[in-house]
Design a protein around this ligand. Sequence first.
Ligand code: NAD
Ligand code: UGA
Length: 435
Amino acid sequence: MRVTMIGSGYVGLVSGACFADFGHDVVCVDLNTAKIEALQRGEIPIFEPGLDALVATNASAGRLTFTNDLPSAVAQADIVFVAVGTPSRRGDGHADLSYVYAAARDIARAVRGFTVIVTKSTVPVGTGDEVERIIRETNPEADVVVVSNPEFLREGAAIEDFKRPDRIVVGIEDERARPVMEEVYRPLYLNQGPLIFTGRRTAELTKYAGNAFLAMKITFINEIADLCEQTGANVQDVARGIGADNRIGSKFLHPGPGYGGSCFPKDTLALAKTGQDYGTPLRLVETTIAINDQRKRAMGRKVIAALQGKARGKTVGVLGLTFKPNTDDMRDAPSIAIIQTLIDAGARVRAYDPEGMEAARAVLDNVEYCESAYDAAKGADCLVLVTEWNAFRSLDLVRIKDLMISPVLVDLRNVYRPNEAEAAGFAYTSVGRRS
Ligand code: NAD
Ligand code: UGA
C-alpha cells in the first residue's frame, strides 16, 4: 500500500518506519524543512532506541522516503495518516487542533481518487466529524473516508509498542475504510488479531480514557506512597501486593515524582475540559491533574527537607532531566518544576542527563550542565535522582560520596536499596518507604 504520514515527530516517524518495515511504501511529510533534510541525510532528529537502524534499513530498501511536498505525497497515497501535534492550547487547556485542521485543509486540496484519511494524533471526541467537514468544504469532490486510529505507543519503547500492540483501535463511520485499515495493519492483524473496530467518536474517547486511567493509577500509588512514608509501610511491597491481583495489574504502579511527558499532562487536561464542555465533569480526572501538579513542586520541597530545610547557597546535583528514560523529550518533565523549586529556594543546580541535555538547555537556562553523573555530584550538598536511566542504576556510591560536600541522596525513583545507600555512607531518602 502507499502510505503517507503527515507529521514526522515521535509518532509519525516511528509509525512511518514501522509501516515501511511491514512492506508498505511510506512517505513521511513534515512542515519542518530542517527535520526533513536531516532525515533525507539519514540523521534521526529524535532519540528513540532502535529507530536509526529501522529508518536506515527501510530507507535504503526504497520503502521509506521523506519530503516537504505534501500535495504530491497525498496525491499518490491510498491512505494518509495525520500524526501532527495536539498540544495544550495556551490559556484554557483544551487540545490545540490548529495543526490537525491545517493538515485536513492541505490534504483536501491535494487528494486524488478514493483515499482513507486517518487521524492518529490524539484528538478530542468529535474532531473526526470536524476534519470530515473541513475536507468536504475545502474540496467537495474529494472521495475520502475519515477514520480515527489513536496511537498507544510509549516513548522509549515506541517500536516494540507499535509492532506488538495490546490492541489497535479503529473508529470508522463508513465501511469502505474497514478493508483498507485491515490491509495496512495486516502483519499485526494476521498474527494477533488485535484490531478493535468501533465508531469514530468511541475511538477518539478511548484514547483519552486510556491515558487518564494510567495517569490515575500512577497518582493513586503516589498518594499511597505518601501514606506509607507517614505510617512506616513500604510502597513497593504494597504495589507488589495489589498488582498481583489481575484485576488491578502490576504495571504503572511505580511511585515517583509525578507523571510528566508530552501526553499524560496535556491529555488529562483536555479530557477534563471535554467533560466540562458536555456538562459531565470528570472529577477523578480533575483531581488527578491537581494532585500531580502539586506533587512535582512537593518533590522539590522533599529535597529541601533532606537539606534540613536550608537550600540557600547549597549545591544540588540532579541526575536525569527527561520525563522518563530512553527519550530526549523534556516536554512537561517533572525535573523542570523540581529544579525551579530548588532555584527559587536559593540552591545552585548542577545536572546531567544521558540524552536530554540539548532539549533541557532550551527550557532550563539557570542550570550548570555536567559531563556525567559523577561530574554532577562534584561539590554537591545533595544528589537527586529524578529519572531512572539505566546508567544511574549501578553508580559507584562510594566514589559519588567522596565527590560530594555532604552525602545526601534523594532517590525519587527508588532505584537504590536503602541499606546499600546507607552502607555507602549516605543519608538516604526515597519514595514511600523508610527502609
Ligand atoms: P511531535 O511534536 O513530535 O511531532 C509533530 C510533527 O508534526 C512536527 O514535526 C511538526 O513539524 C509536524 N507538523 C505539524 N503540522 C504539520 C502539517 N500541517 N504538515 C506536516 N507536518 C506538520 O508530536 P508527537 O509526539 O509525534 O505527537 C503527535 C500526536 O500523537 C499528538 O497528538 C500526541 O498526543 C499523539 N501521541 C504521541 C505519543 C508520544 O509518545 N509522543 C504517543 C501516542 C500519541
Ligand atoms: C504514555 C502512554 O503510556 C502511552 O500508551 C501513550 O500512547 C502515550 O502516553 C501518549 O499518548 O502519548 P509516554 O508518555 O511515552 O506514554 O510514557 P509512559 O511510560 O506512560 O510514562 C509517562 C509518565 O508517567 C512518565 O513521567 C513516567 O515516569 C511516569 N510513570 C509511569 C510513573 O511515574 N510511574 C509508572 O508506574 C509509570
